[in-house]
Write a protein of this length. Sequence first.
Length: 756
Amino acid sequence: MSSVGAGACTPSHVSPEVWTSSKMALLNVYANETSSSAIGYNGQSGLYTLKANVDEALKGPNSTVGNFSRIYSADWWRDFALGSDLINFYSMANFNLSQVGLESACANKSYGCLSGCSQTAACTTALNQNRTCMLVAGQYGTDDQGYLQSAMGNNNIPARFCYSGYTPVGNLVTSTMASGGAVTFYHYEPDIFHFANPNKFVRVSLPRAKPEMVALATGQFGSNGFGEPSPDPVSVDFPEQALMKYYSNYLLDTTNLNNFLRKFQLTKLDINNLLLAYASNVTNNAALPDVEYAVACDWVKKNYEKWYLWVDRLPLCTMGTNVRYSFSNCNSSSQPRIVNFAWTTPDPANSSQPYDCDGGFSTLPPPFYTSRSCEWLDANTALWGLWLSSPPTCDLSFYNYSVSECTGSSIRNVEFFWLLPSKTNYLVSGECINGVSLPANTTVACDYVPTFSGVYTGIATITVIILVLLVVFVALVLKYRERPVIKRSQWHLLLVLLFGGILICAYVLLGGGAPSSILCGARPFVGSLGYTLCFGSLLVKSLRVYLVFENKAMKKRVVSVWRMLHILSAIVGVDIGIIVVWLLAEFPGPSTYTAAASEFTGTVVHVECHSSSFIFPVLSIFWKAVVTFVGLYVSFLIRHVSGDFQESIWIFSASCVVLVGSLLMMTMAYLVALPAAAAYGFLSAITLFCTVATMALMFGPKFTRLNREDMTTDTGATNGTKGTKGSKTSKTSMVVSSAINASVVSSARGHDVQSH
């Protein structure tokens, strides 16, 4: 039981019956590592003989086994000391001393032993007088430190003690008993040997044990040598001694077990009944697999009133101490988490009952269903533990909502649902009560116009019609390019103007659909290029008229259309360069962000074309403003040129239309928060209207005069009309530029992609 030696390799925790009389010196060495208390019953060693031998001695001269001159009491020491008849009856000459005395049981010179035997001084005297000594079969020479040997020697009993061990002594006694012989032997009670041979043995009484006499024992028998007088003065019988139970101090940390061992006690009757039952089962029930357990279990069943106080009252069952829990469905998004409960130490016979507690939390809670995550459950045990008996009050954390994708109506449906609805009514929560109610379903506007929506379909239809008209205009310009009215209007630049209008229509078509890398890059590129082609062509158209009719230095030089196209290419190149650098440096790619919803309490994930830079959109707008104002100024300069060459009035009219449209578009883009469908509808309608108006003002007069004879002169008397038209075109260009760039900037800043 110690922390060293065998205690470290093969430790024992409890020794339930310890005879301390001969072991105190050893036990005291480890006293600081063990605890002890009385087992409840006493033990007593002594000198025993066969009951049959006692009966024979009581017959006296009538005995057929021994030679007795009178009646003797073989269970009383004095008859051994005062006469020789009992000594002869138990004579050592009746035994083979080499078999009953083993040196292994008592080493030579240990406790007066020689060849496994020791003897009293009275025996030495008797042998010297040619008399015999009685034999006492002993187990080990160290038993009781020679107490019996000293007591018999000091009472002048001639006895030889031969030691052979526990089992050989038992065998010697039973064989002698079977053969009808006589024997005395050292033994002790309680012991199974006495219950295996009930009523067969009688204890030989020595002088009554007095405490003051017992205390004289020194344990020095044999110290003077074999057969010499003992210096140990003890001369009385063995006293009863309280048997002890020893247990390791390691058990002090286990309160319940330590208390059990401390209270555990048996009476003499209890141990006798246990040993008797054990001996009976060994003899009569050989098939029983575990005799010790069967006997002990039967005693426990029949003696509840004796042992129930040994066991401490079990503590009250509590959730924190006696109940363990486990989570399931932790990785499932479609099923609730389940908290399952089990006893920390269940009853082996009935797992639904606890084994280490009693009362209090007497029954296991049913499985607990919850919408909370396993991480939350693990971190908030104390909180949800209260919910087992009292459901929580409903709040926002107990329900959730789903936001659908955009529908054909350009809205997203928001549906609210309990995270754990009742099994009978999905409108009622299954894990909380009272508090907030489930909100009604609602809708939120889309961040873009789906291509399958009615708004987009209508706008796209109109846009395609306009595209077809523009393509028809292209065909008409090519067909009638040699007509004077078309030729004087520089039909190459008219085609560029129409191509710009086609790109603007394409820009409107690109305004629908979910933001993607292609759409986010194509929208600013196509819209910017379309605007610049439209109003850049009007600028160089007016510039050529100005160089030919108003610039004296250029009157004798040819200003070809191809030269003007080179200038237009430079204008368009600058614009494309700005856009390309923007797309390369800060690409306005699709981006998502979460923002609080205005329609309900919660958040919505938005998607947009986002660019972190505002410099490039500003540069693009600035460049278009330059093109627009320069075109307006040049058209103003040629207002006096012949009406066959200048278009100032039409350019000015178109500019007014586009200016108003631009103001409306910028107002809606920056000052008014409209749903994506409404914004796309308004901005697309304004863009298409301005485009149609510009094309109508620029091509309507030309096609009406297509077959009319040229009635103008070569002088500049009527040049004012053309200059006016050019001026209007430039102004129109400026306004359309503002409108389109407002849409581009809107896309770059992350607004709805429907802002055109």
